[in-house]
Design a protein around this ligand. Structure first.
Ligand code: PLP
Length: 390
């Protein structure tokens, strides 16, 4: 704990309970980014990239280690949305989606995953269907089994939604999909860095992740894990000169997950994400998960003691995301009052997950998301601000 705080300069300035938004990075992350920018300043951007070649490839290996996967299955991209979208474009390009097709998504799916599916549905006549929740409020694995047929082309499940503390059973869904033709996309944007995740055990074809949240990397970073089946069968669209080679006969797609990358990147921030992943691996994701879970549960337990406060988190297993409302205080005002008390939290609105908000009759939530470097005193400051809000 002392080490985590000493490594995190921002801890001295702010109580940051907005790690599901963008976490405070450890100093090693910022130092890594700045050091690379300095080399670009000193010797030139291409030259600095060549000099850092091995360290850049090591980022792929670090991301792979986090998921128990191989480096050649990792594409380094700018965000979870870039990762997810490139997977979808490859699916839609390789296997044309037809009017008869169905695309099944979790009820709490993130908006940026649903919107492109709605676009495809509008263009092709295919359908987007929400998988019902079970009694605990998570994706209902048995209901999913009964929905599955040969027309299902795409299944998209968010592991830990942005706007609720539930954790979906991505492995259970993957096990049911084994041997089917449906492409399975797992959004691990909120789970990488806070919960252990084994890529192969999910049975997914793709896993998308971001750098800036629980991994504590810089903004503008992310990665995509692609299964061997995805690498064997899918061609990204559109290609560029990094994802493929232009030959005299036509083109050859790169063998590895590099096929999902574009040529130009911010190598400084990418190296920063590598430093963040290495830091998380060094701490141990299991122990980070334990500490985050404890702080989040402490926050939930204490919040429910405050008159008028409702905690909305569902599911048997919980993530580090805590969501609440307080009777008589609009969520936007509650979030603003907590922030005014010097505690960073965020406001979740239906724009992030329309189906989930509508299904639960909500128009806004305050999201509190501690990380392992936070203290119970910081959670207490948030609790005091919630109790004092009016
Ligand atoms: C569950 C989930 N998926 C995807 C995203 C998109 O991530 P990014 O902004 O890195 O594209 C977010 C961002 O908050 C998220 O919470």
């Amino acid at each position: 704990m002392d080490r985590l705080r000493a490594d995190t300069p921002g801890c001295a300035r702010v109580a940051h309970l907005n790690n599901a938004g963008s976490a405070l990075p450890p100093a090693v992350v910022t130092d890594t980014v700045v050091a690379h920018l300095r080399r670009e300043e000193e010797i030139g951007g291409y030259e600095a990239q060549t000099e850092a070649g091995e360290r850049i490839e090591a980022v792929r290996a670090s991301a792979a280690a986090l998921l128990g996967a191989r480096p050649d299955q990792i594409a380094l991209v700018e965000s979870a949305t870039s990762a997810w979208t490139r997977a979808l474009l490859a699916i839609a390009h390789t296997r044309s989606i037809k009017a008869a097709n169905r695309m099944l998504v979790s009820s709490a799916e993130y908006a940026s995953n649903v919107l492109p599916l709605l676009q495809i549905a509008l263009r092709t006549g295919a359908h987007v269907e929400f998988i019902p929740d079970d009694a605990s409020g998570c994706v209902d694995v048995e209901a999913f089994r009964s929905m599955l047929d040969d027309d299902v082309a795409i299944v998209a499940i968010t592991h830990c939604p942005s706007q609720n503390g539930l954790v979906n059973d991505v492995n259970g869904i993957g096990a049911i999909l084994d041997g089917t033709d449906a492409w399975y996309l797992v959004d691990a944007c909120q789970s990488v860095g806070q919960l252990p995740l084994d890529a192969v055990a999910t049975g997914a074809d793709f896993i998308s992740a971001t750098g800036r949240k629980y991994l504590r990397g810089p903004r503008g970073t992310g990665f995509l894990w692609a299964s061997d089946t995805a690498l064997d069968e899918l061609e990204p669209f559109p290609l560029d000169l990094h994802s493929a080679t232009w030959t005299a006969e036509g083109y050859e797609v790169h063998e590895t997950a590099r096929r999902f990358e574009y040529w130009e990147k911010s190598y400084a921030t990418l190296l920063g994400m590598g430093a963040a992943i290495d830091y998380a691996l060094d701490c141990g994701v299991e122990s980070l998960a334990g500490r985050i879970g404890e702080l989040a549960q402490y926050a939930r337990d204490e919040l429910t003691r405050i008159p008028g406060v409702q905690v909305h988190d569902r599911g048997a297993q919980r993530s580090g995301i805590v969501t609440l409302t307080r009777e008589g205080v609009p969520a936007a005002s509650l979030a603003a009052q907590i922030k005014a008390a010097g505690v960073n939290v965020s406001l979740s609105t239906p724009d992030y997950a329309r189906h989930d908000f509508d299904a639960h009759g909500l128009d806004g939530l305050v999201r509190v998301s501690p990380h392992a470097y936070n203290t119970s005193d910081e959670v207490d400051r948030m609790l005091a601000a919630v109790a004092a809000a009016g």
